[in-house]
Design a protein around this ligand. Structure first.
Ligand code: BTN
Length: 322
């Protein structure tokens, strides 16, 4: 039996938010006493699920969990290989380990990441069952005149467009690829380059979307916002399907035409355009101050200091407004 097998059985039993007595839970394989129940409730808490205990003999979830529906997803994403792994270290790592056996467009999606990774060595907080965490394997031939930064901008545009299509107003992209709503982060993109030469780039694109940061997870970091807070009520499965369809279209377009067809949209969604900003290097926390003048054809950031404009393409820098 795998580490989280019983946890998953327990979740499937109590997912609907109704009250369950310990007696009913005892029927789940492997749980046959109070000590075990408490142990598994603690695991649920550790993976971001809030359980309410009632008079010590009944439990319920603080709110129901609508698990990803494999059948529904596969019905709409035909000819795509999708690894559904409910609890995982990181969807990017999962694909990376299997890189030699993957085909273009293979995907891994999870309900909870124990070691979700963000950009610049940060952690990506991944509570169970409330957001989207997925990665896609892709490779691009003919990378001349293109850059990974440009690619990440194109991906950000595709996500921003998908969210806009769903009715999220005022969606913004902060260079290079952070997706914001009301000055709070709603989605992030992490690109791992697996193999890189001028003729072939093999990459893993990891995407995290804050769908419903529910309960008190949000307290951890109030720089985040979720679609639910933005009053967007969409089925999580359909959001995923839409994102994947649009992502694929964007990647194929980028391969043929590069960043050019995405630039106008990027600038429309762009945060801090023509405003004073600080560029922060994550290597040494150095700050460079200037006016943000958008991007060039490769997606490099343009910074104006006095009357000189310089371009920046280091993915280890972040942009902060003053
Ligand atoms: C960022 O810091 O903005 C990037 C966040 C990327 C998070 C996603 S969630 C799915 C995939 N797996 C990971 O470990 N990280 C990415």
């Amino acid at each position: 039996m795998q580490k989280y097998d019983i946890t998953l059985l327990l979740i499937k039993k109590i997912f609907d938010g109704n009250l369950y007595s310990y007696k009913e839970i005892y029927k789940i394989a492997g749980i046959d006493n109070l000590y075990d129940i408490n142990y598994h409730i603690n695991i649920l808490k550790n993976i971001g699920i809030n359980v309410i205990k009632i008079f010590g003999s009944k439990i319920k979830l603080l709110q129901p969990i609508y698990l990803l529906d494999k059948k529904k997803i596969c019905k709409y994403l035909k000819n795509v290989k999708i690894f559904f792994v409910p609890i995982i270290d990181s969807t990017n790592e999962f694909l990376k380990k299997r890189i030699n056996f993957l085909n273009l467009g293979d995907i891994c999606i999870s309900e909870h990441q124990t070691k979700g990774r963000g950009r610049n060595g940060k952690r990506w907080y991944s509570p169970f069952g409330c957001n989207l965490y997925f990665s896609m394997y892709w490779y691009l031939k003919n990378f001349q005149n293109k850059s990974i930064i440009g690619l990440s901008l194109a991906i950000a545009v595709s996500i921003a467009e998908s969210l806009k299509y769903l009715g999220v107003k005022k969606i913004k992209i902060k260079w290079p690829n952070d997706i914001y709503l009301y000055n709070k982060k709603i989605a992030g993109i992490l690109i791992d380059i697996i193999q890189s030469n001028i003729n072939l780039k093999k990459i893993i694109i990891g995407i995290g979307i804050n769908f419903d940061m529910n309960n008190d997870n949000n307290i951890l970091n109030n720089n985040f916002i979720s679609l639910k807070e933005a009053k967007i009520n969409i089925d999580r499965n359909f959001l995923f399907i839409l994102l994947i369809k649009n992502l694929k279209i964007a990647l194929l377009k980028f391969e043929i035409e590069g960043l050019k067809p995405f630039i106008k949209k990027f600038l429309e969604f762009n945060m801090y355009l023509n405003e004073p900003i600080n560029l922060i290097s994550h290597y040494n926390d150095k700050k460079i101050c200037g006016i943000y003048r958008g991007i060039n054809l490769k997606g490099d950031l343009l910074l104006q200091q006095n009357n000189i404009i310089t371009s920046w393409n280091d993915s280890n820098i972040s942009l902060l407004n003053l």
